[in-house]
Ligand binder design. Structure first.
Ligand code: NAG
Ligand code: NAG
Ligand code: NAG
Length: 298
Protein backbone atom coordinates (compact mmCIF):
# COMPACT_ATOMS: atom_id res chain seq x y z
CA UNK A 1 0.00 0.00 0.00
CA UNK A 2 2.72 2.43 0.95
CA UNK A 3 4.60 1.65 -2.21
CA UNK A 4 1.58 2.41 -4.34
CA UNK A 5 1.08 5.73 -2.61
CA UNK A 6 4.70 6.66 -2.94
CA UNK A 7 4.82 6.04 -6.65
CA UNK A 8 1.61 7.95 -7.25
CA UNK A 9 2.93 11.01 -5.46
CA UNK A 10 4.55 13.87 -7.36
CA UNK A 11 8.26 13.51 -7.99
CA UNK A 12 9.69 13.37 -4.51
CA UNK A 13 13.31 13.87 -3.84
CA UNK A 14 14.55 13.28 -0.37
CA UNK A 15 16.55 10.92 1.81
CA UNK A 16 14.03 8.76 3.60
CA UNK A 17 12.79 9.89 6.97
CA UNK A 18 15.23 7.39 8.47
CA UNK A 19 18.21 8.74 6.53
CA UNK A 20 17.50 12.26 7.72
CA UNK A 21 16.80 11.25 11.28
CA UNK A 22 19.98 9.21 11.59
CA UNK A 23 22.06 12.03 10.10
CA UNK A 24 20.60 14.49 12.60
CA UNK A 25 20.95 12.19 15.59
CA UNK A 26 24.55 11.40 14.78
CA UNK A 27 25.18 15.14 14.51
CA UNK A 28 23.42 16.02 17.72
CA UNK A 29 25.40 13.36 19.60
CA UNK A 30 28.62 15.04 18.42
CA UNK A 31 27.75 18.57 19.50
CA UNK A 32 29.95 20.48 21.90
CA UNK A 33 28.19 22.23 24.81
CA UNK A 34 27.78 25.65 23.17
CA UNK A 35 26.23 24.22 20.04
CA UNK A 36 24.12 21.73 21.98
CA UNK A 37 22.72 24.61 23.98
CA UNK A 38 22.04 26.80 20.96
CA UNK A 39 20.30 23.97 19.12
CA UNK A 40 18.09 23.22 22.11
CA UNK A 41 17.13 26.82 22.47
CA UNK A 42 16.21 27.15 18.80
CA UNK A 43 14.04 24.03 18.76
CA UNK A 44 10.36 24.37 19.65
CA UNK A 45 9.54 23.12 23.14
CA UNK A 46 7.37 20.25 22.03
CA UNK A 47 10.23 18.16 20.61
CA UNK A 48 12.08 17.91 23.90
CA UNK A 49 15.38 19.07 22.46
CA UNK A 50 15.46 16.36 19.80
CA UNK A 51 16.67 17.81 16.50
CA UNK A 52 15.95 14.61 14.58
CA UNK A 53 12.24 14.95 15.32
CA UNK A 54 12.16 17.95 12.98
CA UNK A 55 14.77 16.99 10.42
CA UNK A 56 12.12 16.01 7.91
CA UNK A 57 10.13 19.22 8.40
CA UNK A 58 11.50 20.77 5.17
CA UNK A 59 10.05 17.83 3.22
CA UNK A 60 6.68 18.30 4.86
CA UNK A 61 6.42 21.98 4.02
CA UNK A 62 7.90 22.04 0.55
CA UNK A 63 4.49 21.54 -1.03
CA UNK A 64 2.85 24.31 0.96
CA UNK A 65 2.38 27.52 -0.95
CA UNK A 66 4.33 29.52 1.60
CA UNK A 67 7.37 27.31 1.18
CA UNK A 68 7.13 26.48 -2.50
CA UNK A 69 10.33 28.47 -3.07
CA UNK A 70 12.22 25.79 -1.12
CA UNK A 71 11.47 22.98 -3.60
CA UNK A 72 14.63 23.45 -5.70
CA UNK A 73 16.78 23.60 -2.57
CA UNK A 74 16.68 19.84 -2.01
CA UNK A 75 18.87 18.80 -4.92
CA UNK A 76 21.13 19.73 -7.83
CA UNK A 77 20.62 18.87 -11.47
CA UNK A 78 23.90 18.47 -13.33
CA UNK A 79 24.38 18.01 -17.07
CA UNK A 80 23.72 14.44 -18.18
CA UNK A 81 26.78 12.21 -18.03
CA UNK A 82 29.08 15.09 -17.06
CA UNK A 83 29.65 13.50 -13.64
CA UNK A 84 30.77 16.80 -12.23
CA UNK A 85 29.32 19.68 -10.27
CA UNK A 86 30.19 23.24 -11.07
CA UNK A 87 28.56 25.73 -8.69
CA UNK A 88 28.14 28.57 -11.14
CA UNK A 89 26.95 26.28 -13.90
CA UNK A 90 24.61 24.07 -11.89
CA UNK A 91 23.43 25.81 -8.73
CA UNK A 92 20.25 27.54 -9.81
CA UNK A 93 16.51 27.07 -9.66
CA UNK A 94 14.36 25.92 -12.59
CA UNK A 95 13.88 29.57 -13.56
CA UNK A 96 17.63 30.16 -13.44
CA UNK A 97 17.62 31.92 -10.05
CA UNK A 98 21.15 31.83 -8.70
CA UNK A 99 22.08 29.79 -5.62
CA UNK A 100 18.74 27.96 -5.53
CA UNK A 101 20.12 24.46 -5.07
CA UNK A 102 21.13 22.35 -2.11
CA UNK A 103 24.70 23.69 -1.97
CA UNK A 104 23.51 27.30 -2.10
CA UNK A 105 20.85 26.60 0.53
CA UNK A 106 23.39 25.18 2.99
CA UNK A 107 25.51 28.30 2.58
CA UNK A 108 22.45 30.51 2.93
CA UNK A 109 21.15 29.00 6.16
CA UNK A 110 24.66 28.70 7.60
CA UNK A 111 25.16 32.36 6.96
CA UNK A 112 21.86 33.20 8.64
CA UNK A 113 22.76 31.12 11.69
CA UNK A 114 26.16 32.77 11.99
CA UNK A 115 24.26 35.83 13.11
CA UNK A 116 22.66 33.99 15.99
CA UNK A 117 25.17 35.31 18.46
CA UNK A 118 24.71 38.86 17.38
CA UNK A 119 21.20 38.52 18.75
CA UNK A 120 19.93 41.63 17.07
CA UNK A 121 16.37 42.37 18.09
CA UNK A 122 14.96 42.77 14.63
CA UNK A 123 16.12 39.53 13.20
CA UNK A 124 15.31 39.29 9.59
CA UNK A 125 15.31 35.52 9.48
CA UNK A 126 13.63 32.79 11.47
CA UNK A 127 16.64 30.94 12.88
CA UNK A 128 14.59 27.94 13.97
CA UNK A 129 13.72 27.41 10.35
CA UNK A 130 17.33 28.09 9.32
CA UNK A 131 18.49 25.31 11.69
CA UNK A 132 15.95 22.84 10.34
CA UNK A 133 16.77 23.67 6.74
CA UNK A 134 20.51 23.41 7.30
CA UNK A 135 20.12 20.08 9.07
CA UNK A 136 17.88 18.66 6.38
CA UNK A 137 19.92 19.87 3.43
CA UNK A 138 23.15 18.56 4.92
CA UNK A 139 21.48 15.15 4.70
CA UNK A 140 20.28 15.73 1.14
CA UNK A 141 23.62 16.89 -0.23
CA UNK A 142 25.14 13.61 0.98
CA UNK A 143 22.56 11.46 -0.80
CA UNK A 144 24.43 10.76 -4.05
CA UNK A 145 21.33 10.89 -6.25
CA UNK A 146 20.39 14.32 -4.97
CA UNK A 147 23.17 15.48 -7.24
CA UNK A 148 22.12 13.67 -10.38
CA UNK A 149 21.49 14.12 -14.08
CA UNK A 150 19.00 16.66 -15.35
CA UNK A 151 17.04 14.66 -17.91
CA UNK A 152 16.20 11.78 -15.56
CA UNK A 153 15.56 14.07 -12.56
CA UNK A 154 18.21 12.49 -10.41
CA UNK A 155 17.03 8.98 -11.32
CA UNK A 156 13.36 9.66 -10.60
CA UNK A 157 12.39 8.81 -14.16
CA UNK A 158 14.44 5.60 -14.29
CA UNK A 159 11.74 3.09 -13.40
CA UNK A 160 12.87 -0.32 -12.25
CA UNK A 161 12.17 -2.98 -9.69
CA UNK A 162 13.66 -3.25 -6.27
CA UNK A 163 13.46 -6.95 -5.49
CA UNK A 164 9.75 -7.60 -6.13
CA UNK A 165 8.23 -4.16 -6.14
CA UNK A 166 8.20 -1.20 -8.48
CA UNK A 167 10.55 1.63 -7.71
CA UNK A 168 12.92 3.99 -9.44
CA UNK A 169 16.61 4.65 -9.18
CA UNK A 170 16.19 7.78 -7.09
CA UNK A 171 13.99 5.97 -4.57
CA UNK A 172 16.44 3.10 -4.36
CA UNK A 173 18.98 5.55 -2.99
CA UNK A 174 16.55 7.60 -0.96
CA UNK A 175 14.88 4.77 0.83
CA UNK A 176 14.95 1.24 -0.57
CA UNK A 177 18.51 0.46 0.46
CA UNK A 178 17.93 1.87 3.94
CA UNK A 179 14.58 0.10 4.36
CA UNK A 180 16.00 -3.21 3.21
CA UNK A 181 18.93 -2.88 5.59
CA UNK A 182 16.59 -2.05 8.46
CA UNK A 183 14.44 -5.09 7.71
CA UNK A 184 17.31 -7.49 7.11
CA UNK A 185 19.79 -6.54 9.77
CA UNK A 186 18.22 -4.32 12.37
CA UNK A 187 14.79 -5.72 13.08
CA UNK A 188 13.39 -2.50 11.60
CA UNK A 189 14.87 -0.59 14.47
CA UNK A 190 16.48 2.64 13.34
CA UNK A 191 18.21 3.20 16.68
CA UNK A 192 20.15 -0.04 16.33
CA UNK A 193 21.25 0.94 12.83
CA UNK A 194 22.30 4.38 14.03
CA UNK A 195 24.23 2.99 16.98
CA UNK A 196 26.15 0.73 14.60
CA UNK A 197 27.00 3.74 12.47
CA UNK A 198 28.12 5.63 15.55
CA UNK A 199 30.16 2.68 16.70
CA UNK A 200 31.94 2.56 13.36
CA UNK A 201 32.63 6.27 13.67
CA UNK A 202 34.10 6.18 17.13
CA UNK A 203 35.71 2.75 17.36
CA UNK A 204 35.32 1.06 14.02
CA UNK A 205 36.19 1.32 10.35
CA UNK A 206 35.70 5.07 10.04
CA UNK A 207 37.43 6.27 13.18
CA UNK A 208 40.52 7.28 11.24
CA UNK A 209 38.54 9.07 8.52
CA UNK A 210 36.25 10.95 10.81
CA UNK A 211 38.48 13.96 11.42
CA UNK A 212 39.26 14.40 7.74
CA UNK A 213 35.54 14.35 6.93
CA UNK A 214 35.23 17.43 9.08
CA UNK A 215 38.02 19.29 7.27
CA UNK A 216 36.60 22.49 5.95
CA UNK A 217 38.32 25.82 5.56
CA UNK A 218 35.38 27.95 4.63
CA UNK A 219 31.98 26.79 5.81
CA UNK A 220 30.21 28.52 2.98
CA UNK A 221 32.07 26.74 0.21
CA UNK A 222 32.34 23.24 1.71
CA UNK A 223 28.88 22.22 0.44
CA UNK A 224 30.38 22.38 -3.05
CA UNK A 225 32.86 19.71 -2.05
CA UNK A 226 30.09 17.50 -0.66
CA UNK A 227 28.05 17.91 -3.83
CA UNK A 228 31.06 16.96 -5.95
CA UNK A 229 31.50 13.82 -3.90
CA UNK A 230 27.84 12.97 -4.39
CA UNK A 231 27.76 13.28 -8.17
CA UNK A 232 30.90 11.28 -8.39
CA UNK A 233 29.40 8.51 -6.23
CA UNK A 234 26.18 8.74 -8.24
CA UNK A 235 28.07 8.09 -11.46
CA UNK A 236 30.25 5.34 -10.08
CA UNK A 237 27.75 3.47 -7.92
CA UNK A 238 24.20 4.53 -8.67
CA UNK A 239 23.89 5.00 -12.44
CA UNK A 240 26.69 2.74 -13.55
CA UNK A 241 25.37 -0.31 -15.39
CA UNK A 242 21.75 0.30 -14.40
CA UNK A 243 19.10 0.09 -17.09
CA UNK A 244 15.51 1.21 -17.03
CA UNK A 245 13.11 -1.65 -16.42
CA UNK A 246 15.60 -4.02 -14.80
CA UNK A 247 15.40 -5.58 -11.38
CA UNK A 248 17.91 -4.59 -8.75
CA UNK A 249 18.37 -6.97 -5.86
CA UNK A 250 21.01 -8.61 -3.63
CA UNK A 251 24.12 -7.73 -5.60
CA UNK A 252 23.19 -4.11 -5.87
CA UNK A 253 22.04 -3.96 -2.26
CA UNK A 254 25.18 -5.60 -0.85
CA UNK A 255 27.59 -3.43 -2.77
CA UNK A 256 25.73 -0.12 -2.26
CA UNK A 257 24.70 -0.36 1.36
CA UNK A 258 28.23 0.52 2.55
CA UNK A 259 28.12 3.69 0.42
CA UNK A 260 24.73 4.73 1.79
CA UNK A 261 25.84 4.02 5.37
CA UNK A 262 29.00 6.03 4.95
CA UNK A 263 27.13 9.00 3.48
CA UNK A 264 24.69 9.06 6.38
CA UNK A 265 27.61 9.02 8.82
CA UNK A 266 29.49 11.68 6.87
CA UNK A 267 26.43 13.91 6.76
CA UNK A 268 26.11 13.60 10.54
CA UNK A 269 29.78 14.37 11.20
CA UNK A 270 29.69 17.38 8.93
CA UNK A 271 26.44 18.74 10.28
CA UNK A 272 27.97 18.55 13.76
CA UNK A 273 31.10 20.32 12.51
CA UNK A 274 28.97 23.09 10.99
CA UNK A 275 26.90 23.55 14.13
CA UNK A 276 29.94 23.43 16.40
CA UNK A 277 31.61 26.13 14.37
CA UNK A 278 28.52 28.25 13.91
CA UNK A 279 27.65 28.27 17.61
CA UNK A 280 31.09 27.61 19.04
CA UNK A 281 33.02 29.67 21.46
CA UNK A 282 35.84 30.47 19.11
CA UNK A 283 33.75 31.21 16.13
CA UNK A 284 36.13 32.45 13.46
CA UNK A 285 33.40 32.89 10.91
CA UNK A 286 31.11 35.29 12.69
CA UNK A 287 33.04 38.41 11.88
CA UNK A 288 33.21 37.80 8.18
CA UNK A 289 30.28 36.05 6.61
CA UNK A 290 31.42 35.92 3.05
CA UNK A 291 28.50 34.51 1.21
CA UNK A 292 28.10 37.09 -1.53
CA UNK A 293 24.35 37.37 -1.77
CA UNK A 294 23.76 37.77 1.89
CA UNK A 295 26.41 40.30 2.64
CA UNK A 296 24.32 43.19 1.50
CA UNK A 297 21.48 42.12 3.77
CA UNK A 298 23.31 42.90 6.96
C1 NAG B 1 17.87 32.03 1.72
O1 NAG B 1 16.85 32.11 2.69
C2 NAG B 1 15.88 33.13 2.50
C3 NAG B 1 14.83 33.05 3.58
O2 NAG B 1 15.31 32.73 4.80
C4 NAG B 1 15.24 32.97 1.13
O3 NAG B 1 14.40 34.07 0.88
C5 NAG B 1 16.28 32.82 0.03
O4 NAG B 1 15.64 32.53 -1.18
C6 NAG B 1 17.21 31.69 0.39
N1 NAG B 1 18.20 31.46 -0.66
C7 NAG B 1 18.75 30.25 -0.82
C8 NAG B 1 19.75 30.11 -1.90
O5 NAG B 1 18.49 29.31 -0.11
C1 NAG C 1 9.81 30.31 13.18
O1 NAG C 1 9.42 29.18 12.43
C2 NAG C 1 8.73 28.18 13.18
C3 NAG C 1 8.53 27.00 12.21
O2 NAG C 1 7.91 27.42 11.04
C4 NAG C 1 7.45 28.75 13.71
O3 NAG C 1 6.77 27.76 14.45
C5 NAG C 1 7.77 29.95 14.57
O4 NAG C 1 6.57 30.54 15.02
C6 NAG C 1 8.59 30.96 13.81
N1 NAG C 1 9.04 32.00 14.72
C7 NAG C 1 8.83 33.28 14.49
C8 NAG C 1 9.38 34.24 15.50
O5 NAG C 1 8.22 33.67 13.51
C1 NAG D 1 30.56 -1.18 10.52
O1 NAG D 1 31.81 -1.68 10.08
C2 NAG D 1 31.85 -3.08 9.85
C3 NAG D 1 33.27 -3.47 9.53
O2 NAG D 1 33.75 -2.76 8.41
C4 NAG D 1 30.87 -3.42 8.71
O3 NAG D 1 30.85 -4.82 8.48
C5 NAG D 1 29.49 -2.94 9.12
O4 NAG D 1 28.59 -3.17 8.06
C6 NAG D 1 29.50 -1.48 9.45
N1 NAG D 1 28.20 -1.06 9.94
C7 NAG D 1 27.50 -0.09 9.40
C8 NAG D 1 26.17 0.16 9.97
O5 NAG D 1 27.91 0.58 8.46
Amino acid sequence: MLVVLASAAPVARSWSKEGHMMTCQIAQDLLEPDAAHAVRSLLPDDVGGDLSALCVWPDQVRHWYKYSWTGPLHFIDTPDKACSFDYSRDCHGPDGAKDMCVAGAIANFTSQLLHYKHGSADRKYNLTEALLFLSHFMGDVHQPMHVGFTSDQGGNSIDLRWFRHKSNLHHVWDREIIQTALAEFYDKDMDTFRKQLEHNLTKGTWSDDMSSWGDCEDLLSCPTKYAKESISLACKWAYNGVHEGETLSEDYFDSRLPIVSRRIAQGGVRLAMFLNRIFGHHNRDVAAPSWPHLQSDY
